[in-house]
Design a protein around this ligand. Structure first.
Ligand SMILES: Cc1cc2nc3c(=O)[nH]c(=O)nc-3n(C[C@H](O)[C@H](O)[C@H](O)COP(=O)(O)OP(=O)(O)OC[C@H]3O[C@@H](n4cnc5c(N)ncnc54)[C@H](O)[C@@H]3O)c2cc1C
Ligand code: FES
Length: 287
């Protein structure tokens, strides 16, 4: 648990905000996909810390700043949006596992809906740092064009395509539908690695495409979390027993197996939030 000084906390569009915190020199630096749990209030209401992903890491002279991109949706995020430069914020992290970016990665597609872009932007920056020639494509969507944000920032890091539910900006439809649309028209490379964050039904549809076309992918599951400590089990997510990926990056200390070892659950707050797109048992997960 550490105190982080607020450098800047700005409203960027509608309910979207960007918080910049100075990382204390002794603190560990996060990887894209890892998260922090933040105390969002001075009292015990809200009681639970709120989880937020690392968005970007920025080096300014000797200092390293952690950026968090967030959407105000309730009490905790409203409190956060009122924090001012110079104040201190109490956060625990970096927590969980991050995205894995291979050294030789050449073609990357990020699929985000709304605030789902928050953990993905850092992936694009990490890929670019490792391979200047990597081709990065971003599929960014929302319900309507008014809800699309971060347009300029996305265009800086990769070729960006938009989608909206009502067609008011870009393609009319979902992220997975846009992905298929672009592939069919040969506007995307035939082989790529996909990174995604957004509602679980979007991730499930991407997983189906990934399986059908044998495309690798990773997803950040950011929809469900309670205590963030492995105690309440509210973040349990079913995995596919034969697809579990466990290595030094993704240790998965919290797997819970059924007696016949056919069913396995993972706690997102401990083992996630990033999973291989084929690991998650989407049929049992998406309601
Ligand atoms: C690992 C992880 C990383 C996250 N990273 C980010 C991030 O970088 N930026 C960001 O804006 N948000 C992120 N979230 C979501 C963020 O934690 C919630 O939006 C926040 O906790 C809401 O707190 P609140 O008190 O403002 O709202 P609450 O009063 O708790 O909830 C208000 C409304 O928002 C809904 N809600 C709450 N949490 C979520 C959620 N996780 N997903 C969808 N709907 C939710 C509730 O159902 C309710 O309708 C992340 C979540 C997880 C699990
Ligand atoms: S959020 Fe409570 S166990 Fe994961």
């Amino acid at each position: 648990m550490m105190e982080y000084q607020v450098i800047e906390n700005i409203n960027i569009s509608l309910s979207y905000h960007k918080l910049s915190l100075e990382i204390p020199p002794t603190a560990k630096l996060p990887l894209p996909g890892q998260f922090y749990t933040v105390r969002c209030g001075e009292t015990k209401d809200p009681l639970l810390r709120r989880p937020f992903s690392m968005h970007r890491l920025i080096k300014r002279g000797e200092a390293v700043h952690l950026e968090i991109l967030y959407r105000v949706v309730g009490k905790g995020t409203e409190w956060l949006s009122r924090c001012k430069a110079g104040e201190k914020i109490n956060a625990i992290g970096p927590l969980g596992n991050g995205f894995i970016c291979q050294e030789d990665i050449a073609n990357v597609i990020l699929v985000a809906r709304g605030i789902g872009i928050a953990p993905l932007y850092g992936v694009a920056e990490a890929v670019r740092m490792r391979n200047q020639g990597a081709r990065i494509f971003i599929l960014m969507g929302a319900r309507t064009k008014e809800r699309i944000f971060y347009e300029k920032e996305c265009s800086k890091i990769g070729r960006t395509f938009f989608y909206t539910d009502d067609g008011s900006k870009g393609f009319q439809g979902s992220g997975p539908q846009l992905l298929m649309h672009l592939m069919e028209r040969k506007k995307l490379p035939q082989r790529f690695c996909m990174y995604a964050c957004g509602p679980s039904h979007m991730l499930r549809d991407l997983a189906n495409i990934s399986e059908k076309l044998d495309l690798p992918g990773q997803v950040a599951l950011e929809e469900h979390m309670g205590c963030g400590l492995g105690a309440c089990l509210s973040c349990a997510c079913p995995l596919r027993a034969n697809y579990i990926r466990r290595d030094k990056h993704w240790e998965k200390p919290s797997l819970q197996w059924s007696e016949d070892r056919r069913q396995v659950y993972s706690l997102i707050c401990k083992d996630g939030p990033v999973y291989d797109i084929q690991e998650v048992n989407w049929n049992d997960w998406v309601v």
